[in-house]
Design a protein around this ligand. Structure first.
Ligand SMILES: NC(=O)c1ccc[n+]([C@@H]2O[C@H](COP(=O)([O-])OP(=O)(O)OC[C@H]3O[C@@H](n4cnc5c(N)ncnc54)[C@H](OP(=O)(O)O)[C@@H]3O)[C@@H](O)[C@H]2O)c1
Length: 213
């Protein structure tokens, strides 16, 4: 697949290396084309199969505007959004009370098929040489999105990392993924092992049933 990555921080760089090793044609970009060799527009044009938004949330909409996403440059494309919208220096959501970042990105890129993914694991997990297996099970990566083709593309990208795609609901649930990720970051920052707070549903506990209104 041809993958364009908007951002060359820890996450974008780690995923780029793993996808390149898996045989994909990946172009990473940053603010300074002199450093990465390419600018955001180059990566967006390159990513005909998928574009990964891997810049801070406060920068994402500006980057999309700069590459002409508002005019439809990403229409029909799979756009994978991995932003965790935290107020800088805090553990609270910068989007609180409003749409999720994934929904804002979808609004800023008309026609793009946005999938929320990769918010739950730190970049170190993908930078490691080995596929991410914990307690004997491959790492699950929840995907939130509405377009079946885009979800399939994102699922293949997850599989090619040695992880397992997990159906995470529609884009209207992306805000919950963002909030849960922010909460887990807070647990990790406090020194807790976030995996210890999650029992295995179906084995340790009964599966929850959804109430009717
Ligand atoms: N790191 C993780 O463990 C992790 C895990 C899950 C999700 N995420 C999410 O993934 C995204 C990327 O995180 P990251 O840690 O890889 O890197 P980051 O430090 O959040 O972002 C680095 C990239 O964003 C660009 N950038 C920074 N400020 C910008 C601005 N104002 N305008 C335009 N571009 C700007 C940088 O450009 P230059 O190249 O010019 O510096 C760089 O390419 C974030 O939204 C984060 O919440 C990160």
């Amino acid at each position: 697949m041809r993958i364009g990555i908007l951002g060359s921080g820890g996450l974008g760089t780690a995923l780029a290396a793993r996808w390149t090793a898996a045989g994909h044609d990946v172009l990473t970009s940053g603010r300074d084309p002199g450093r990465t060799g390419r600018g955001f527009a180059d990566a967006a044009a390159h990513g005909t199969d998928a574009v990964l938004v891997a810049v801070p949330d406060h920068a994402a909409l500006g980057v999309l505007a700069a590459i002409g996403a508002g005019g439809g440059t990403l229409a029909g494309r799979t756009v994978v959004d991995c932003t965790v919208p935290l107020v800088p220096g805090t553990l609270t959501l910068s989007t609180a009370g409003g749409p999720s970042m994934a929904e804002r990105i979808a609004a800023a890129a008309p026609g793009a098929h946005v999938v929320k993914a990769f918010t739950f694991a730190p970049a170190d997990v993908w930078a490691a040489e080995e596929p991410p297996v914990f307690d004997g099970a491959p790492l699950g990566v929840p995907l939130c999105g509405d377009d079946p083709g885009a979800l399939a593309t994102a699922g293949r990208l997850v599989t090619d990392l040695g992880a397992t795609p997990v159906a995470g609901g529609g884009l209207d649930r992306a805000g919950l993924a963002e909030a849960a990720s922010a909460y887990l970051i807070g647990l990790w920052a406090g020194g807790a092992d976030a995996r210890t707070v999650l029992p295995r549903v179906g084995r340790d506990t009964a599966r929850p049933t959804l109430g009717r209104r």
